[in-house]
Design a protein around this ligand. Sequence first.
Ligand SMILES: [Zn+2]
Length: 751
Amino acid sequence: MRRAVWIFALAAFAICGVFAVEAESLPVANDGRLADWAAVLEQRSEWPQKCRLQSACAFDIMLGGVKKGAMTLPKGTLVEIRGVSGEFLQVSAAGLTGSVHYASTDLASFMKLPEQEESKPAAVPVVPDGGDVAAAPLPPYQVLPFGDIKPDGWIREQMLRDITSGNASYLEKMRPLGAPVTPGSGRGYGEFEGNFADAIIRNALLTGHQPWLVWAKRIADFLVAQQDEEGYVGRKRPADFEDLADKEGELWGQCCFLRAFLAYYEYSKEQKYLDAAVRSVDFMISLFGKDKNKYFVGESTMEGGARAHGLMYIDVLEKLHQLTGDKKYLDFAFRLYGDYSNSINLKNTDHQLSSLLDKNSLFLHHAPHVAEHSRVVYWLSTETDDPKLKEAAANSLSKLKASLSPSGGLVTDNKILESVGGNPGSPDLRYEYCSITESAISMESAFQKLGDPATAESAENIVFNAAQAARFADGKAAAYCSKDNQSQAAGDPDSATFRLQYAACHRIACCVYNVNRVMPYYVSNMWMKTGDGKALLAAFYGPSVLNTKLAGTEVEIRQQTLYPFEEEVTMVVNPAQDARFDILLRDPSWSKETRVVADGAEQSRENGFIRLSKQWTKGDTIKIQFAPGVEVKTTHGGECYVKRGALLYALKFDHSSEATKKWEGTDFANYDTRLANKADAGKFSDSKFPPEPVAGSPLFTYSRNPDASARFPFDTPFGFIRGPLLFEGKPVDESLVPIGSTVLRKTSFGK
Ligand SMILES: [Zn+2]
């Protein structure tokens, strides 16, 4: 009865905007705020209570009773009130625990949801059901089967060095947290093992490195062998699938393995691997498909994040849909996304449809979830003509871009570690390596699905800048969290600051396993086909070899280049038989005048692409000459930074490294790095960008480093951008270098 009165009171307030309630139930101040919430709330015996905020609300982030930060929770955020303490509501929201000062908060903010947790307020949009989806137009581009594009030149050299002498070569033995990385026998939810399996399989197949090829086959065969009669493949079959929704990350663990496994199938083309994946997914559809249990709905609110990662099972469904054309995978993807979107028990809700349709709020939650979930929406938006999903995809992309640092890192909050926290992109905020990898893959997907060349530029920005800046060039260590502006990278291995170290393996190892996934995905997206399958598109540049079928013949195209370090790309086109087809070349926005020489080809320009049409003969060449200039760009905070072509430049500081943990019997270690020269601390904090240059004189000029290595171009800075910076008000000639060749650096400068 009391509950009914309370709900009535809240509803009345929300609807009328005035407080009209029975005097005995709610002591209210004249301004419409509650004078004594505690008196009201203590009447309530059942915690927690779930609410959806009806207006924005100030939120203090608390850790161990100490205020760690504050943020505004936007309208629509799902909140769980866990109790009352003094003048505060104890609340969990946005994956965080905190408190809300109730005396200064509109009661309407905490309007109770209707009794049934799954019923949604009328304003929350409903994800369409795959079964009702009208035939959508083809996405602009098609991905090619895994293995059709292989790395060459410096990219292959880097991949090979990483897996033979980088930390990846020893990761299996480091066994962080006691986690064995042998697939299927793992601790936890299988993310580490699955992502490492993905790195092993993709690097092995693309480089042809023999020991890893053997390992890759062992992993694929292991998965087939351990599949049970119902089709289950995973870390450990749960005793009770009915109860699965409350467990951590079953679909997430499966997803990480199956992504790797399907790459192995695409490459080997052995039917038994595809059959095993189909049986595995069919089993999950029988458990969580239409009219079955919902995966994301359950009793527990404080899930650890692995359940929301389970949405990435849609990566597997997308691949199977592409391989088989069977609509059941698409239907299940819509089902999972609808289930995720409607759940009020998750803590990573930035990609719920209702959150995405609010285009004015930036992402709040755990950055890797944000980065990976975005491509779920990119895909589904191309498989429906529902305008809501198209709007959601566009909003997801613009929110994602708004929170990228200059190097392309998806920033996280200083206090709310690992969560975007509503921050716009900043060179002074950290980004997590997991989000680097996932953002790069999502931007590659966005380009393929949505066709905007700007997304391809975002992807290459991440791959050549953030992904290189957050690792040692030699592949022996990587940072869990790094920044574009960092004057040290050191932390206490026993506290949360372990994330700041460049380490062979961190205490939590998600990030080190993701380092070696970046390049294989980038390489695999270098070439695409147009939606009709008739033309080839060079989406990304770099030394590589493509082998595909087009216009009835086998076609090989070799990209010979030091891109992005040099501005020329030579393509050698080798069709098995003469054939007429078009090749589209992406023309980067940073290239002032791209010149293409292809004998006998008709050339036309269209929306950021150059189209070449001709009858191709073995040995034909395409010579592309980009014209990058030194570009000065501005951060959200109004600071300047410098790019040339696809590379971001930074002021590099010499550093000293101290090994705080050595991995026995190896040369691997976790490092604290600090400035080698004390004077650089002043440079880090005080150097500024010069005022406008004198007319006619170039402010910054580029020159190639004569000592640069064509084999490992990040080892030594490949080139320099020289120009004046102001230090303590006086001009000082400085050289900026590619951020991927630095550990400690300053990338942005105030004016
Ligand atoms: Zn991570």
